[in-house]
Design a protein around this ligand. Structure first.
Ligand code: GTP
Ligand code: MG
Length: 196
């Protein structure tokens, strides 16, 4: 995919601020610090477009990025990370509600990517998120992040463990991904293109 243009449209904190558009949306979900913003930056070759940080809880709004490529126009929606232990209960509830409202009301979602840390595997929150999405007919594709931290043998094991724990029958569907080495970038683009 050759991306010509990528820009942040809005950092939305509520439904009223969703962009009025019928562009297809590809949603990034996952724990805080799992690598959602880094995933976007890697796919579009722009280091600093989506803000990343060593501090978990960086993305606290829904960030809509319009992506224009030669053959496709769509948006990435970078969601606040869940499961950030140090966030206040009130903040966690607010982000949870924000994610739920968006997923239930938005009609132009074409693909949900659920990012899981390849070294940790699915957490309880990841399992609940997967099941919730599956129940509502928005079964996500899983991206196993930070694969550069694992040997190739450990990667294979991580993929089958994630598949096992989430009840995914086809391990090959899990995208082993690294923002550092760019491994998995082509598979990620193929998956996105299939859904546009
Ligand atoms: P929140 O916005 O807090 O929800 O986090 P996020 O999911 O957007 O994570 P982000 O992309 O900000 O990455 C968090 C940290 O992990 C940063 O320090 C990144 O540099 C690092 N990181 C992300 N992806 C990778 C990867 O593939 N490999 C390695 N080694 N580090 C990564
Ligand atoms: Mg982020």
């Amino acid at each position: 995919m050759h991306v010509n243009d990528a820009k942040l449209v809005i950092s939305a904190a509520s439904e009223k601020q969703y962009p009025e558009t019928d562009r297809p949306e590809v949603v990034l979900l996952g724990r805080s610090n799992v690598g959602k913003s880094s995933f976007i930056n890697t796919l579009i070759n722009r280091k600093g477009l989506a803000r990343t940080s060593s501090q978990p809880g960086k993305t606290q709004t829904m960030n809509f990025y319009d992506i224009d490529a030669k053959d496709a126009s769509f948006s990435f929606v970078d969601m606040p990370g869940y499961g950030y232990a140090k966030a206040s209960k009130k903040d966690r509830e607010k982000w949870g509600k924000m994610i739920e409202t968006y997923l239930q009301k938005r009609g132009n979602i074409v693909l949900v990517l659920l990012l899981v840390d390849s070294r940790i595997g699915p957490t309880e929150d990841d399992r609940l998120m997967y099941e919730w999405l599956d129940y509502y007919g928005k079964t996500p594709i899983v991206v196993a992040t930070k694969a550069d931290k694992l040997s190739s043998n450990a990667r294979r094991k991580a993929a089958s463990q994630i598949a096992d724990e989430l009840g995914i029958s086809n391990t090959g569907q899990i995208i082993l991904f690294s923002a550092s080495t760019r491994d998995g970038k082509d598979q990620a683009w193929q998956t996105i293109e299939q859904h546009l």
